[in-house]
Design a protein around this ligand. Structure first.
Ligand code: HEM
Length: 273
């Protein structure tokens, strides 16, 4: 852990020194990113709560940890589920062809026109929430929740993984059926307690807006831009959906997937530029 800390600290120092140098040397410097803004705040004498170099490092670390593995992993789980259920890949690409067409990539403005894609993301996060347990909560006073008496000072853990698989709230809870979300208006913003992949309340994920946009954009374009195949000889039912628990939950056996382009070649050239 100490070694890891040293490694990250070297990286943070490099990022901060690099940004500081540009601030000092560039004439009429305009902040370009989050680190520039944080350094600007750190120098503000009027700031009520002083921002230290260590706190800036902590904030960068929060964003790196919270913002990378999470959305990539959700897309990985979604593709695993879709390859296991080829009928859903067909339905999702049919929606993309109908709404987007084959002559462009999917953009943020298109998301609201892709209800099946949204349902696939919700169903993925229901079965595979990255944080199986939300951040611990501390009871500030005696209270009763769902019939359980909770004494002041108790630390409470909320298990989103088991809520997502509870037959009291979901029909056929172990099945991957995105269509269930086409019929029910359940969002993921922490108000529907049956689906809490980003948590809820004061400690809810502050990266919700960024995270959900990253997932929508990556998944939509991976499905729109490519036909996905399993390695030769592998059958959908052989895909392993077992989980490896950790801070986030990964597939125990990573799946090899083979992409084949399905859009005109000039669109891929645009992306490369
Ligand atoms: C698929 C995307 C993501 C998922 C599923 C996710 C999920 C979560 C969950 C479940 C929590 C705990 C919430 C609670 O206990 O109520 C959390 C906290 C947090 N997330 Fe995310 N997250 C995602 C993306 C992001 C992104 C993109 C960022 C930042 C750029 C981020 C930064 C954080 C931070 C800093 C916390 C701690 C908040 C606190 O403890 O007050 N997350 N996230």
């Amino acid at each position: 852990m100490k070694e890891l800390h040293k490694k990250f600290d070297r990286f943070h120092n490099h990022v901060l020194d690099d940004h500081q140098a540009r601030r000092k040397t560039e004439r009429d410097f305009i902040p370009k990113d989050m680190v520039d803004i944080l350094l600007q705040y750190a120098e503000d004498p009027d700031l009520q709560v002083k921002l230290t170099r260590d706190q800036i490092k902590g904030l960068i670390q929060d964003l790196l940890v919270g913002g990378t593995d999470t959305s990539a992993l959700t897309v990985e789980w979604a593709l695993n589920e879709l390859l296991k259920h080829p009928r859903l890949i067909r339905k999702a690409t049919e929606e993309l062809d109908r709404v987007i067409g084959r002559d462009k990539w999917v953009e943020e403005a298109d998301f609201s026109k892709l209800p099946l894609l949204e349902a696939i993301i919700k169903e993925t996060l229901r079965l595979h929430p990255l944080a199986t347990l939300l951040s611990p909560r501390y009871a500030l006073e005696d209270c009763t929740v769902a019939g359980y008496n909770i004494a002041k000072g108790t630390t409470v853990f909320i298990n989103t993984w088991s809520i997502g698989r509870n037959s009291k709230y979901w029909d056929s809870p172990e099945e991957f059926i995105p269509e269930r979300f086409l019929e029910k208006d359940i969002d993921m913003k922490g108000q529907n307690f049956v689906l809490l992949p980003f948590g809820s309340g004061r400690r809810m994920c502050p990266g919700y807006n960024l995270g959900i946009k990253l997932i929508r954009s990556m998944l939509a374009n991976l499905l729109h831009g490519f036909n996905w195949k399993l390695p030769r000889g592998m059958k959908p039912e052989e895909i392993c959906m077992e989980e490896h628990y950790g801070l986030t939950t990964h597939p125990r056996i990573p799946l090899a997937m083979i992409p084949e382009p399905r859009l005109p070649v000039n669109l891929y050239q645009q992306v490369l530029i």
